[in-house]
Design a protein around this ligand. Structure first.
Ligand SMILES: Cc1ncc(COP(=O)(O)O)c(C=O)c1O
Length: 404
């Protein structure tokens, strides 16, 4: 198999439109990706023919919906190489997955315990830990970066100690595109007796993810950043840990038996899934995974790596452009600044030329602070991105100078 970009792009209807009189160049994929026909059709087919609530099935539609929903869980388990599909918990996305761990596992924190969080993190992998730490008198300790925007591994080693209970780290940074050495980070944490949660929001669409090989304890990701709909995501956790963790939300499905004398809780994974889940979302996420698996994934990864390098090189070669960060390994996203043009203005003016990028702090304020800046312009790629997209971005940046 190899990669045929025009064929691939034809599967994403949203790419083929004009914006402000220009063909759309969609470079905001780190925020959310466009959806292929296979996903749109899976969503539509579910609602057209199988729509019913899941579990406790007493009729055909409910049986079908339950089968599709649980088959989707199996698909996710295989996709990330989980030991067992009971380790796959449906959530609304990465944010909810991390909050689940912070609130449930976080009950076990004690005063003086430390959670190490890298300075690269999205707020979703910072604030839940701050809330959990505050409740228990524990501490969130930032892991500093080096001047390039890579995690400073020496500083990390020095921070690990007997008080470290958990290390929270992104697989790939949403702001700089930094690919973190997660396996190394994990093995150092393990040697110190700490657990590791990996925020995989920016990794799953690009990199093969094998939770067993990564050696982490929790892995969180969002469907919408990997060609699936919004509102569905996954927490993967080691079964022995999940078994010990208390439920975090109460309601339907998560119980075994309810009485006013006391309630007992369902088995995994249902213990963590209170209320009616996003059934169509789960089914569509499985369709997105199948879509990805049908591609030549090594060729896709090479394409995305080549494009990321091309994007960074072209930006670097453009007068008046300054890249933010120079990580050793970068994938998918590049952040930059323009001389004398505020990122907010740049975002609007690029949009006027049909180029969609994201501007601001990218929910990574501590990272911005470490670079002494308020925000950046970020271009981010997906499997369907092309060299022409990048050339159009560069041309549009050059035109901005005419406005200023
Ligand atoms: C690295 C990272 N973590 C977490 C999130 C939060 O994802 P969601 O809003 O889908 O929960 C994002 C979203 O941009 C992200 O890029």
């Amino acid at each position: 198999m190899s990669l045929c970009l025009p064929t691939l792009r034809r599967q994403f209807p949203a790419l083929h439109q004009e914006v402000n009189g220009h063909p759309l160049v969609y470079l905001d994929n780190a925020a959310t990706t466009q959806k292929p026909l296979a996903v749109l059709e899976a969503m539509s087919a579910f609602y057209r023919s199988d729509n019913a609530n899941v579990h406790r099935a007493s009729h055909v539609l409910s049986t079908r919906a339950t089968a599709a929903f649980e088959a989707a869980r199996e698909t996710v388990a295989r996709f990330i190489n989980a030991w067992d599909s009971r380790e796959v918990i449906w959530t609304r996305g990465t944010t909810e997955a991390i909050n689940l761990v912070a609130q449930s596992w976080g009950q076990s924190l004690q005063a003086g315990d430390e959670i190490l969080v890298s300075t690269l993190e999205h707020h979703a992998n910072i604030v839940p830990w701050q809330l959990a730490a505050e409740r228990k008198g524990a501490k969130v300790v930032p892991i500093p970066l080096d001047a390039h925007g890579d995690i400073d591994l020496d500083a990390y080693r020095a921070l690990l100690g007997p008080r470290t209970r958990l290390v929270a780290v992104g697989h790939v940074s949403n702001a700089l595109g930094t690919v973190n050495p997660v396996a190394t980070i994990t093995s150092l944490a393990k040697a110190a007796g700490a657990l590791v949660l990996v925020d995989g929001a920016q990794a799953v669409a690009h990199l093969p993810v094998d939770v067993q090989r990564l050696g982490c304890d929790f892995y969180a990701f969002s469907g919408h950043k990997m060609y699936a709909p919004t509102g569905i995501g996954v927490l993967w956790g080691r079964r022995e840990l999940l078994e010990k963790m208390p439920p975090w939300q109460g309601g339907g499905e998560m119980i075994e038996r309810v009485s006013f004398a006391g309630t007992t809780f369902n088995r995994l994974p249902f213990k963590f899934e209170a209320g009616t889940p996003h059934i169509a979302g789960a089914v569509s996420l499985a369709a997105a995974i199948n879509f990805l698996q049908e591609q030549d994934r090594p060729a896709l990864l090479t394409h995305e790596q080549t494009l990321t390098t091309y994007l960074a090189d072209q930006l670097r070669a453009t007068p008046g452009v300054r890249l933010v960060g120079a990580p050793q390994q970068r994938l998918g996203a590049v952040s930059f600044l323009l001389d004398e043009i505020h990122p907010q203005d740049a975002g609007t003016l690029l949009d006027m030329q049909g180029v969609a990028v994201r501007v601001g702090h990218h929910c990574a304020m501590p990272l911005m602070e470490s670079f002494n800046i308020g925000g950046t312009i970020r271009a981010s790629l997906a499997c369907y991105s092309t060299h022409t997209d990048i050339d159009t971005l560069i041309g549009a940046i050059q035109k901005l100078k005419e406005f200023f």
